[in-house]
Design a protein around this ligand. Structure first.
Ligand SMILES: [Zn+2]
Ligand SMILES: [Zn+2]
Length: 314
């Protein structure tokens, strides 16, 4: 065999070897990495695609509450919030509804990350209110799944629960006005959504509204982690018995328990009064030992995988 023939043979053997190696080496599975961004915000990433839900970093001050003054996204806070959460780019932004603490930064985050904002008419009004920002927007419909990378996200419409359940007081119900001009009390609730997110590595449910309505109970299906807002639950019993135990996820992560109503570095680290995180944990442990309740640390990764692939850890 000539030299060229021998070189060809060696190359062929190497290629065959590589082929065999590729066939027997399992492709490493990446867990879904979720980070809590503060307030009700989450980044959800599989390493290729990043979804952001309720990314809100700008907070109001007392003057907004008293004088209904303009409440606009603060680019510095957004930039540093994204940086601290290591969000360098994203493909999609969702807002569970249009209250200030969920929607104020969607346009700025879209401009910084290049992500498309997905939502209904009220969110579109907020997203497109500042003509100096370049945003991409796409309309979503109730229970119509969207494919984004390997994620399939299905939004479902629901009601925003009252702030004070006994009096049934609702904070800014209805649509964002068409002539929206960033006034603090123009951030009406708009369309309210929960999200079921499926991925080959794990399925998640993200619902900021604390109590799961009957018509949505079946929709939750089997999930690997449940991210739930605990800001205005009906009662401890309602959250634990009617909601978490009915859905029965292996992992529950509470959101929206920090002090989101005012801007102050001191208040930022505080929990809202009445959040009862310890009590929720104790009650849940008694009722269902197999459900882990994990209070997130801001910007710290929570890994989620389907059972059997590896355990979730932060
Ligand atoms: Zn709200
Ligand atoms: Zn909120």
């Amino acid at each position: 065999m000539c030299v060229l023939g021998r070189v060809r043979m060696v190359l062929l053997l190497v290629l065959l070897e590589l082929g065999v190696l590729c066939a027997v080496t399992p492709i490493a599975s990446h867990a879904i990495e979720v980070r809590w961004l503060g307030v009700a915000g989450l980044s959800i990433s599989d390493g290729e695609t990043t979804l952001l839900i309720d990314p809100a970093f700008t907070k109001p001050s007392i003057k907004h509450w008293i004088f209904n003054s303009e409440f606009r996204s603060d680019p510095e806070r957004v930039k540093s919030g994204l940086l601290r959460a290591e969000v360098r780019g994203a493909q999609a932004i969702f807002a569970s509804h249009c209250h200030f603490d969920h929607a104020v930064d969607v346009a700025r985050v879209s401009e910084f990350t290049g992500a498309v904002i997905y939502g209904g008419a009220s969110l579109r009004t907020i997203a497109q209110a500042d003509p100096s920002l370049q945003v991409k927007f796409s309309e979503i419909k109730d229970r119509q799944g969207l494919r984004i990378g390997k994620f399939t996200l299905t939004p479902y419409r629901r009601d925003h629960p009252p702030i004070f359940h006994l009096s049934a007081f609702k904070f800014l119900p209805g649509e964002v006005p068409d002539d929206f001009h960033f006034r603090f009390f123009e951030y009406h609730e708009g369309e309210v959504w929960g999200f079921r997110i499926e991925h080959p590595e794990a399925s998640l449910l993200v619902d900021q509204s604390s109590h799961f309505f009957d018509e949505n109970a079946g929709f939750a299906g089997k999930i690997d982690a449940y991210f739930v807002g605990v800001a205005n639950k009906v009662s401890l019993n309602d959250l634990v018995e009617n909601n978490i135990i009915r859905i029965r996820p292996p992992l529950v992560v509470p959101l929206h328990f920090d002090f989101f109503v005012l801007q102050s570095d001191f208040l930022e680290r505080m929990k809202m009064p009445g959040m009862q995180l310890d009590v929720i944990q104790k009650t849940l442990r008694k009722a269902a030992e197999d459900i882990e309740f994990r209070v997130p640390e801001r910007n710290r990764v929570i890994e989620i995988r389907k059972p059997g692939v590896g355990s979730s850890k932060s």
